[in-house]
Design a protein. Structure first.
Length: 288
């Protein structure tokens, strides 16, 4: 049922609700930039693979008694670094991601079955638990909010060349391997860090959807990133307030809000393609 405005104000005074709102605000700064990188490098399968790796990390955390989310972050970071050498072509990376997904989910189910750990705790994180956001989660999201935009502004020329054409970037002196490694690790950690907010199954609301809307509005890589961050802030805060007002689960509401923005933006006539994009394609360039 709907919540009156007075009750909504009371909810906003609660510490868990304030932490959740802060987490979504921090996520809106870093994660949409990750979405721009995912689309630009044409590495869509990575986010699916990292969801499975995060589940394996959570299972290991439940087994060992360590913080499940910390284990998920470490597992995703190691997996992202491990697949970086295979990122020379989208086909090679896609195959590696398929193998990684299969092995990770099999290992996670085996750990849960053999150890006798209650699987409900692990699978619950696939659906998110935004009101259980703690200090450690805010630290991770805060670090992503600083590191991801910071890396982009520091190496924006190199990242732009890498998104446009990998071979051109290499010929221009860009440290392609090191930069690809850093970007894949950031993508992996970002997916794991957003799990508690929307759940692994709905993480696209915080990463890809703002990026998809932004590439329609921006006419350069810089403007696309700025649009992505702005749309992320708008979607996250609007969706969260709407979910509180209607007493609905925040994850699905965030996805539907972001999806509505993407659809609305695509009704706007597309601008002239920017110079950093491939001339024959209206979409963000791939890595080959």
């Amino acid at each position: 049922m709907n919540i009156a405005s007075q009750d909504l104000g009371t909810l906003l005074q609660l510490m868990p609700v304030q932490r959740a709102a802060l987490a979504l605000l921090l996520a809106a700064v870093g994660l949409p930039v990750i979405g721009v990188i995912i689309v630009g490098l044409d590495i869509m399968p990575v986010r699916f693979a990292m969801m499975h790796v995060a589940l394996l990390g959570i299972a290991v955390g439940l087994l060992t008694g360590l913080d499940p989310m910390l284990c998920a972050l470490v597992a995703c970071a190691l997996a992202g670094a491990g697949v970086a050498p295979l990122a020379r072509t989208p086909d090679g990376l896609s195959g590696a991601m398929g193998l990684l997904m299969s092995l990770a989910i099999a290992a996670a189910l085996l750990v849960l079955a053999v150890s006798g750990v209650n699987a409900s705790g692990a699978f619950a994180l696939l659906w998110g638990s935004i009101l259980s956001v703690g200090t450690a989660d805010l630290v991770v999201l805060g670090a992503l909010a600083v590191v991801v935009p910071g890396l982009f502004w520091w190496r924006r020329r190199d990242i732009g060349l890498l998104l446009y054409d990998r071979e051109l970037a290499q010929c221009s002196g860009v440290p392609v391997r090191a930069l690809t490694l850093a970007l894949l690790v950031l993508v992996a950690v970002a997916v794991a860090g957003a799990i508690k907010l929307t759940g692994a199954l709905l993480v696209d609301a915080l990463t890809l959807l703002p990026a998809l809307a932004a590439r329609r509005l921006g006419n350069s890589l810089r403007s696309i990133v700025l649009w992505a961050i702005g749309i992320g802030v708008l979607v996250n805060l609007t969706g969260f307030l709407l979910a509180l007002s209607l007493d609905w689960p925040p994850g699905p509401v965030l996805v539907l809000t972001a999806g509505a923005v993407v659809l609305a933006v695509h009704l706007i006539p597309e601008r002239r393609l920017s110079s950093w994009r491939a001339p024959a394609s209206p979409s963000l360039p791939s890595s080959h």
